[in-house]
Design a protein around this ligand. Structure first.
Ligand code: UD1
Ligand code: UDP
Length: 363
């Protein structure tokens, strides 16, 4: 069985890393196809280096563009590689344009598609990610749902049960595998002159938040209120999309908020683990905070990770400044005793086992 891992952005590299490690450990036949959707060093290469991943065999270098430009270029490039390499299975992870292009190109070539992190739904089609994940799920042959809830979403949409496998989320594997390594290799707190549980951490980069001046302004004003009330430094590793938009809209950075370059996974994981609380619109960060038992305030009106709300690790605050402050007040001293709903950290090996078993039966 030959497997093609298709990835292209920061979260995909991180969440595919446990699967890649498993493929390496078992000496299986696979290759990595990178679309080049992310290309800046600190959104791309740094993760290959820190997580010690083998280099991609192909990089399509599609770069940034409109949704159609990015996806269209990817489709053309992916099809060429798949026709040449003829893998038995293509694996994609998550909900980016890379995922849509990978799943679509492979399915049209009648190559089996495995969607890692299948079945997540925000039921908000304003998010490009929602469109990508729905379409990817519906052309996939193996749907690796992280939770029972995700499986139910798929069943409701008429996807056959025998295609769905509840595996947990590979982010748990990635957190468990890298937290100790982070302790040994990096000291992010010292670098930023921070004390454990005496700072807030922020990430926000979603198109529907940062490309909208009022929403982005609301987030920054919310952070200002939080700083005024609690006086803890607010560390904000800034995605290039957000940095560009702050400049374009001419927005002021409030006192107490420190915009810094994005971090590598080891540094960021360490910063997450000892933060007092995290504010984010990231999908992965909502999961990681839940796993690390750090309270989270989500700067969105909905989430495709409702498990985090149910266990109590996360609240939805949206982007209104007073709602953000309310969210922080509510979560500040939250007891960190919730269960992690995303699995036991063995999703990567379970996914490979399922593929191997199914390949045997289909031969
Ligand atoms: C993409 C995903 C989003 C995911 C995020 C992870 C889609 C539709 N969106 O959003 O789901 O949460 O990745 O971080 O696929 N840029 C750089 N360097 C880079 C990449 C991007 O400077 O390496 C800048 C460019 O100005 C670009 C902008 O960021 O126009 C947006 O990049 P893009 O890949 O289109 O979307 P993301 O916002 O990164
Ligand atoms: N992350 C990182 N450095 C940073 C910010 C985030 O390594 O400066 C990691 C974070 O730990 C998580 C992933 O990036 O695993 C989340 O990616 P992102 O928020 O870009 O995408 P999303 O999860 O929203 O699709």
């Amino acid at each position: 069985m030959k497997i093609s891992i298709i990835l292209g952005t920061r979260p995909e590299i991180i969440k595919m890393s446990p699967i890649i490690r498993e493929l390496e450990n078992q000496g299986l036949d696979y290759f990595i196809l990178h679309t080049g959707q992310h290309y800046s060093y600190n959104l791309d290469k740094i993760f290959f280096e820190e997580l010690e991943l083998p280099a991609s065999k192909y990089n399509l270098d599609v770069g940034s563009g409109t949704h159609a430009e990015e996806t269209g270029k990817m489709l053309i490039g992916i099809e060429k590689v798949l026709k040449e390499e003829k893998p038995d299975v293509v694996l994609v992870e998550g909900d980016t344009n890379t995922v849509l292009a990978g799943a679509l190109a492979a399915s049209k070539l009648h190559i089996k598609v495995g969607h890692v992190e299948a079945g997540l739904r925000s039921y908000d089609r304003n998010m490009p990610e929602e469109i990508n994940r729905v379409l990817a799920d519906h052309v996939s042959d193996y749907l690796f749902a992280p939770t029972e809830k995700a499986k139910k979403n798929l069943l409701r949409e008429g996807i056959e049960e025998n295609k769905i496998f509840v595996t947990g989320n590979t982010i748990v594997d990635a957190v468990y595998q890298n937290l100790e390594i982070a302790k040994r290799k990096v000291n992010s707190l010292k670098k930023l002159n921070l004390n454990p549980e005496k700072y807030f951490l922020v990430t926000a980069h979603r198109q529907e938040n940062v490309d909208n001046k009022e929403r982005l302004k609301g987030i920054l004003e919310g952070l200002e209120l939080v700083y005024r009330k609690f006086n803890y430094p607010i560390i904000y590793p800034t995605h290039p999309r957000t940095k560009k938009k702050i400049e374009e809209f001419g927005l002021e950075i409030p006192e107490g908020v420190e915009l810094i370059e994005p971090f590598g996974f080891l540094e960021f994981l360490q910063l997450e683990a000892t933060a007092k609380l995290i504010l984010t619109d990231s999908g992965g960060v909502q999961e990681e905070t839940c796993i690390l038992k750090v309270p989270c305030v989500t700067l969105r009106d909905n989430t495709e990770r409702p498990e985090t709300l149910e266990v109590g690790s996360n609240v939805l605050a949206g982007v209104n400044q007073s709602k953000i402050l309310e969210g922080v007040e509510k979560m500040m001293d939250k007891e960190r005793n919730w269960d992690n709903p995303f699995g036991d950290g063995k999703a990567g090996s379970m996914i490979i086992k399922i593929l191997i078993t199914n390949a045997k039966y289909s031969n």
